[in-house]
Ligand binder design. Structure first.
Ligand code: ZN
Length: 300
C-alpha cells in the first residue's frame, strides 16, 4: 500500500505538473549529453590547435578560491583569457570554482564547467551534468554560436521558475508555455538524434496522469482501499524516484544559495523543511537532511 501522504500529493494536479516538468528536464539533459560531449571535445581540440601555450602543463597546481582564480601560472592565465574570450556574455560572473585548472589541458569538461552555473566542482563525465548546467553552457559559450540563445534562455527561465515555485505547484497554463519553450529549443537541435527521443519522452510525460487512482473507497475500513498502479507504463516507484530527485535538487540549490546569505532562499528552505515534516514518507526519506535543516533553524 502506498503512503496516504503520497496519494494525497499525487491527487493534486498542480503538484504532479511540478514533478512532470522536472522529469522533462532530465529527459532533455539525457538528449543533450552525447551532443555536448562531442561539441566540447571539438572545441577543446580547436583551442589546443590555435594556441600552443594551452598545451603546456600547469606550473604550480593553480586552484580557484572563493570563485576566483588569482595569481595563476602563465599557462592557466592563458586558459583564463581564452575562456573569457569565448563567453557570449563576458560581463557575467565566471564560476572558476567549478574548474580544476590543472586539468584544462587534458579534460574538455573542465573547460566546459567554466561556462556553467556554480556547484559543478564534483561533477565528472557527460552523463552527470543536469539540464541547467548543459543549457547554460550552450547559452554562454560561443562555440554554440549556431544555436540561437533566446530559446535556450527561455527554457532556463522556466527551469528556474520551476525550482523556486513556492508551493511545488505549477498550473496547466504554465505547463503549456513551458512545453512551447521546450519545443522551440528542441527545434534548434532537430538534427541531433537523441533529441528526437527526448522530445518523444517529454510529450508522453506531459500527457501522463500521475495520480494514484483509488477504487472501492470505504470510509469504514481504510485498509480495504485498493490502490491501483498509476499507469500501464509508469510505475509508482518511478514517480517516487522522480519526486525524490527533484526535491533533492531543490534542497541542494537552496542550501548553496542560503550559504551565500540569500534571505529569500533561507525562507524557501524553511518551507521545504515544513513540507518534509508534513509528509511523513518524505520526512523518512529525507530524515538526515531534515535533521540538518532543523539544526540550521535552531542556529538562527
Ligand atoms: Zn597553473
Amino acid at each position: 500500500m502506498f503512503p496516504e501522504a503520497l496519494r494525497v500529493r499525487l491527487s493534486n494536479r498542480e503538484y504532479t505538473n511540478w514533478i512532470k516538468a522536472g522529469q522533462c528536464l532530465c529527459f532533455l539533459a539525457q538528449g543533450l549529453q552525447s551532443f555536448i560531449d562531442c561539441q566540447m571535445r571539438d572545441f577543446h581540440a580547436h583551442l589546443l590547435n590555435q594556441n600552443t601555450l594551452l598545451r603546456r602543463p600547469c606550473e604550480k597546481d593553480c586552484t580557484p578560491r572563493r570563485n576566483k582564480l588569482l595569481g595563476a601560472c602563465r599557462f592557466c592565465s592563458e586558459w583564463q583569457r581564452t575562456i573569457h574570450g569565448h563567453h557570449r556574455q563576458p560581463q557575467n560572473t565566471i564560476n572558476w570554482n567549478n574548474c580544476l585548472p590543472v586539468s584544462w589541458r587534458t579534460d574538455h569538461w573542465e573547460v566546459a564547467k567554466a561556462f556553467m552555473p556554480r556547484g559543478q566542482e564534483k561533477v565528472r563525465g557527460a552523463d552527470q551534468f543536469d539540464a541547467s548546467a548543459l543549457l547554460n553552457l550552450i547559452s554562454s559559450c560561443d562555440w554554440f554560436h549556431l544555436v540561437d540563445p533566446k530559446p535556450v534562455r527561455e527554457v532556463i527561465r522556466y527551469r528556474n521558475e520551476l525550482m523556486h515555485s513556492s508551493d511545488f505547484h505549477v498550473s496547466d497554463s504554465w505547463i503549456k508555455h513551458y512545453n512551447s519553450a521546450l519545443r522551440n529549443f528542441i527545434l534548434q537541435l532537430r538534427d541531433v538524434a537523441p533529441m528526437a527521443t527526448a522530445e518523444e519522452q517529454i510529450n508522453q510525460m506531459l500527457q501522463a496522469d500521475l495520480s494514484i487512482h483509488v477504487h472501492g473507497w470505504d470510509q469504514t475500513d481504510l485498509d480495504d482501499i485498493v490502490k491501483d498502479s498509476v499507469h500501464d507504463e509508469i510505475s509508482v516507484d518511478s514517480i517516487i524516484q522522480w519526486e525524490a530527485e527533484l526535491l533533492q535538487q531543490r534542497l541542494q540549490e537552496l542550501l548553496e544559495e542560503t550559504d551565500d546569505s540569500n534571505a529569500l532562499s533561507a525562507e524557501e528552505l524553511k518551507d521545504l523543511g515544513s513540507f518534509f515534516e508534513a509528509n511523513n514518507d518524505l520526512g523518512a526519506h529525507f530524515s538526515s537532511q531534515l535533521q540538518n535543516l532543523n539544526l540550521l533553524r535552531k542556529s538562527e
